[in-house]
Design a protein around this ligand. Structure first.
Ligand SMILES: [Ca+2]
Length: 396
């Protein structure tokens, strides 16, 4: 706590703000400026006041914004937490429970329900992890104090106020991530304004409280992003030994017959079949898994503009459909951990006297520091990575 307060003050000092008291005064004048800008965008003073009444800046957000992990998460670590047996099981349960909503979204927008559910599972763990920070407070803090992207956050704040004014979502429920993503499928407010739809027919678009609204809105997003009904997103392939890796890339699409002629096969050895164009991605290089990816992978990709993210959604959808996971091994001798294994890792760390907080499977800064200690002891580079070697060392 002490360290935390000190670093918050450091952030404030870096912003030229002496103390939280000064920050509070500045926040009032910042809000006053936003009130008139909101009026110019058609947001009534009454709506603005009711949405912002009594709020204080949430300066912990600035901490989160600057507190990015120092090394890039390997794709295998990323995928092993997002596509594990637990999420596949939870997903199958959610898909049964909300089968009707998913079926009607699939029929209305022509988007595979497994892709919709894949987004839902990766974005919010099927609604279990939607973020608890009041959206107006988070976004107004970012507009007034973020060291960068203030105009972007201002646009998102205005979109949020519009949502409140239009009555789509009860403002008391409007909570989300510190950066402003909210609801079952974690739309940003401006995305909501463009693409959210009513899925349950009550006349409101509520991706916080209504699963049908959320899955219909996601289907609409994917459709607008170019999803083609009936086309697969892609699948794992085996590359020939002499494959020119310069040809890899989501955008370098060629007819399947061209890839087949180069010796590319499905991972189970079957030939490539179909008359569509596709690219090949090799997220960990030619020595790791390779995938054929179509326009539908691009649609999923556009949700978050990351290949790893698109793969997580696509692979989770496949697993929920009953298809096997990735067959080719990742190029590492230190295997990634599922969330269940991450929780076990945290429990073992706690048993050894480390303070890692609740064993929730989320690798926060406390867990990371404890892991670094173990990594040093077993002769690994101290990166704070939850890997198989650290888990084995703690078990033994
Ligand atoms: Ca609705």
């Amino acid at each position: 706590m002490k360290t935390f307060l000190a670093s918050t003050l450091l952030v404030l000092a870096g912003l030229g703000l002496a103390t939280p008291a000064t920050a509070q005064a500045d926040f009032g004048s910042c809000l006053a400026g936003l009130r008139s800008q909101a009026a110019a965008k058609g947001i009534s003073g009454q709506a603005f006041d009711s949405a912002t009444r009594g709020i204080a800046p949430d300066l912990t957000i600035l901490e989160l914004m600057s507190n990015q992990p120092e090394f890039k998460t390997a794709i295998w670590d990323y995928l092993s937490a997002l596509v594990d047996d637990e999420r596949v099981q939870d997903g199958r349960t959610a898909m049964r429970q909300w089968g009707q909503a998913l079926a009607s979204a699939e029929a209305r927008f022509g988007v595979d329900r497994h892709a919709i559910a894949g987004v839902w599972g990766v974005e919010s763990n099927f609604g279990k992890d939607i973020g608890g920070r009041p959206l107006v407070q988070s976004l107004s803090t970012l507009v007034c104090y973020a060291p960068r992207r203030n105009e972007y956050f201002k646009g998102e704040l205005m979109a949020t106020l519009k949502i409140v004014q239009d009555g789509d979502i009860n403002p008391a429920n409007l909570r989300g991530s510190w950066a402003g993503a909210f609801g079952h499928t974690q739309f940003m407010p401006s995305t909501f304004q463009r693409l959210a739809v009513d899925g349950d027919g009550d006349g409101r678009r509520d991706i916080m409280a209504s699963v049908p609204d959320a899955v219909h809105s996601t289907a609409n997003f994917l459709r607008k992003a170019g999803w083609v009904n009936g086309l697969p997103w892609g699948y794992e392939v085996r590359l020939p030994a002499n494959f020119n890796q310069g040809l890899a890339g989501r955008k370098n699409k060629k007819p399947l017959s061209t890839w087949a002629a180069m010796g590319v096969r499905r991972v189970d050895g079957r030939p490539l079949e179909g008359s569509y164009a596709a690219g090949i991605i090799i997220p960990a290089g030619v020595n790791g898994p390779a995938f054929i990816v179509t326009k539908n992978f691009d649609a999923v990709y556009s949700y978050n503009a990351a290949e790893s993210y698109g793969l997580a959604i696509a692979l989770l959808g496949d697993r929920m459909k009953g298809l096997p996971g990735i067959q080719t091994a990742w190029p590492t001798d230190d295997p990634p951990l599922s969330r269940a294994q991450r929780r076990e890792l945290q429990q073992l760390l706690t048993a050894r006297g480390y303070d890692v907080g609740e064993p929730d499977g989320k690798i926060g800064s406390k867990t990371r520091e404890a892991i670094k200690d173990v990594e040093r002891r077993i002769g690994l580079e101290p990166r704070g990575r939850p890997g198989g070697k650290v888990l084995e060392a703690l078990r033994g």
